[in-house]
Design a protein around this ligand. Structure first.
Ligand SMILES: [Zn+2]
Length: 429
């Protein structure tokens, strides 16, 4: 996190554009990013350069007096960047691209529903809308700047794509990635017709952050086990990000160090840049000084206190499995033996329990129920090890993807009760 903030603008732009390209959220020709720095310089990606092979020297800088520095021309969309910054001095960076799910919304001329989970709503807010205009034209810039002028931090461009803004480039990128993720879930949920979304009171529950209320303690020397677990948590969070089980703004991992001590990922850090020292040690109900744990901390505390066999907890929002947390359709885990063996029955709990009554979620977890779906939130997977919890998360996502793909193919024929009993005997479930 801090490492990224220290990078100069041209390096930040290359890092984030490469990240967007590698995640399949832009083509080589579409999309452009900019930063408006404290001296009034506008740093922007160049026109017609391969997004898969961009280097910092390719970035163009436009000074406040209009002089252009760089070996390329600035992006042809430069006019709208300039006009948005003029309309919104609070925005210091912009991300524009044509990611597939948001383009789907832009071509049917609808806005994605960000109330599907509290994180998406919190990060994306209300999305603005700009009518179609010719790319690169002053008219397009005026339409987009006018949409931003009323306050949103993201504007959908009709028959074109999306622009997100932020207080810095990471903030703008996280909003972009989260909104595209939200659009993907909207599209999957639409296949079922009706789905649950959240009202303001429900979203407000998420804004309480009990992690910051825990008393602090100064940690002494770190044991070998603690240091190993810190590294392992980081490795699995990075892997979950690369496997699209997490996005930059969502997902928590914790692991037990001993009876009354566990490690948990911090509140708010970008999952791709998570480092060992960012992880928060929780000991006897106190947090490591100077660090804020995930806001799911109370739920993790209950689970570790009440279930000695659980050594790791992972919550994440993989896009297919999370769709089942909002649609009114049961996630039937009896599709293939692997699904049932790892996930078992996988109950759905009502929204808000993780904030208001975390002990009720803990009470549901038994040896027969290692995975729970939290309504309008996430998948919660537990395990004896981090690998086991990760495995369950991956199987939940693959199973949900397979199930969603049957919608236009035919009805699921689940494994019979008799065969389920045979699985239980053979695998000692
Ligand atoms: Zn464009």
């Amino acid at each position: 996190m801090t490492q990224f903030a220290l990078l100069p603008p041209r390096h930040q732009l290359v890092e984030i554009l490469t990240r967007i390209y590698e995640q399949g959220l832009t083509t080589t020709s579409g999309g452009n990013l900019s930063i408006h720095d404290e001296d009034g310089n506008l740093w922007i990606t160049p026109a017609s350069i391969d997004k898969g092979a961009l280097v910092p020297e390719d970035i163009v800088c436009i000074h406040p007096d209009g002089t252009v520095e760089g070996r390329h021309r600035p992006s042809s969309e430069y006019p709208f960047h300039r006009m948005i910054y003029a309309a919104r001095p609070d925005l210091r960076a912009l991300v524009h691209a044509h990611p597939p799910a948001l383009v789907s919304f832009s071509i049917v001329r609808k806005l994605p529903d960000t109330r599907i989970n509290p994180q998406s709503r919190d990060i994306c807010g209300e999305v603005g809308y700009a009518p179609y205009a010719l790319p690169g034209s002053e008219a397009l810039g005026e339409q987009i700047a006018a949409a931003f002028a009323s306050g949103p931090k993201a504007v959908l461009l009709e028959n074109h794509g999306i622009v997100t803004g932020g207080v810095d480039l990471l903030d703008a990128f996280q909003r972009f990635e989260t909104l595209e993720y939200c659009a993907q879930i909207n599209i999957r949920a639409a296949a079922f017709g009706d789905y649950h979304n959240l009202n303001d009171d429900q979203i407000a529950l998420f804004h309480k952050n009990p992690g910051g209320e825990l008393p602090e303690f100064s940690s002494s020397a770190r044991s070998s086990r603690e240091r190993e677990l810190r590294l392992e948590i980081c490795r699995f969070v990075h892997r979950a990000y690369e496997r699209r089980l997490m996005i930059s703004t969502g997902g928590t991992v914790s692991a037990r160090v001993n009876d009354n001590t566990f490690l948990i990922t911090p509140y708010g850090a970008d999952r791709k840049y998570l480092e060992s020292d960012d992880i928060v040690l929780i000991q006897n109900g106190q947090r490591e000084a100077g660090k804020i744990p995930s806001r799911a901390i109370r739920m993790h505390q209950h689970i570790y206190a009440e279930h000695p066999h659980i050594n790791c907890i992972m919550t994440a929002q993989p896009p297919h499995a999370t769709t089942y947390s909002i649609v009114k359709r049961h996630f039937d885990t009896r599709l293939i033996p692997e699904s049932y063996i790892l996930l078992r029955e996988m109950p759905l709990t009502p929204y808000g329990l993780q904030f208001q009554q975390p002990e009720r979620i803990s009470a549901l977890l038994t040896r027969d129920t290692p995975v729970i779906l939290l309504q309008n939130d996430s998948v919660l997977a537990t395990g004896d090890t981090i690998l086991q919890a990760f495995d369950r998360m991956e199987v939940a996502e693959f199973s949900a993807q397979a199930l969603l793909q049957t919608l236009n193919l035919g009805e699921l024929v689940p494994i019979t009760d008799e065969e389920i009993d045979n699985l239980k005997r053979k695998f000692a479930l």
